[in-house]
Design a protein. Structure first.
Length: 113
């Protein structure tokens, strides 16, 4: 049962990170890559979705935000690799692993507290 809860929480964090990254990336495309100002409409929707997704966690908001940060780092590096087509270095992977480990400590300790 705990394994399923962990998997669902992690999936929710990944979805939350994607919503935040897309919500920030679309204004970047508009401002830096001469995209359409209409990109601000889905950007706003993604940022609203991001905020709503953070409310779905049962833990205290500060703990959720802290744990989410670890997943965000890893998802942002996947975005760097897949969307920006930039190489990911061993330093990036190591940093993401440390962030995910920190998230695990926060979540594990929070559930046990």
């Amino acid at each position: 049962m705990a394994g399923l809860l962990i998997l669902k929480t992690f999936a929710l964090f990944v979805l939350t990170a994607v919503a935040e990254i897309v919500g920030c990336y679309l204004p970047y495309v508009w401002l830096r890559k001469n995209g359409s100002p209409l990109l601000l409409i889905p950007a706003f929707a993604c940022l609203a979705l991001f905020a709503w997704l953070l409310t779905l966690h049962p833990a205290a908001s500060g703990r959720v935000y802290a744990a989410y940060g670890g997943v965000y780092v890893a998802v942002a590096l996947v975005w760097l690799w897949k969307v920006d087509r930039a190489p990911v270095t061993m330093w990036d992977i190591t940093g993401a692993a440390v962030a995910i480990a920190g998230m695990g400590i926060i979540v594990w300790g929070g559930w046990r507290a």
